[in-house]
Write a protein that binds this ligand. Sequence first.
Ligand SMILES: [Zn+2]
Length: 116
Amino acid sequence: MHDEIMRLIRNRLYEGKHPFARDSMGMTDFGDLTGILRKLPREKVEKYIAEIEKIFEVVKDCQACTAKLCAYLVFICEGILENKYQEYVVKLEPIQKNQRYNRDYKEEVRFHLKNS
Ligand SMILES: [Zn+2]
């Protein structure tokens, strides 16, 4: 399971500037990843969160991908890691508010979640 989790995370590090484009593999994979991580003990989730956070460097020039990465982290951490949950709620909020097309990033991400 560790290898599968790391594969899902690392693929996002190497596929270019928009790993969470609409209908992309990234959206599907992170939907699966969210379901997998939510079944693990919190110490393990914490360890994988640190890996996932490396993706922020990849998406730093894209508001939508940054927002969707935050939204996945919100869903992963909810009820498991309260500090991280709050951190990503706060990080997502201004991006959600200051955008032009009235997209709901949390809803776009929620669509890809399974088993949660
Ligand atoms: Zn993007």
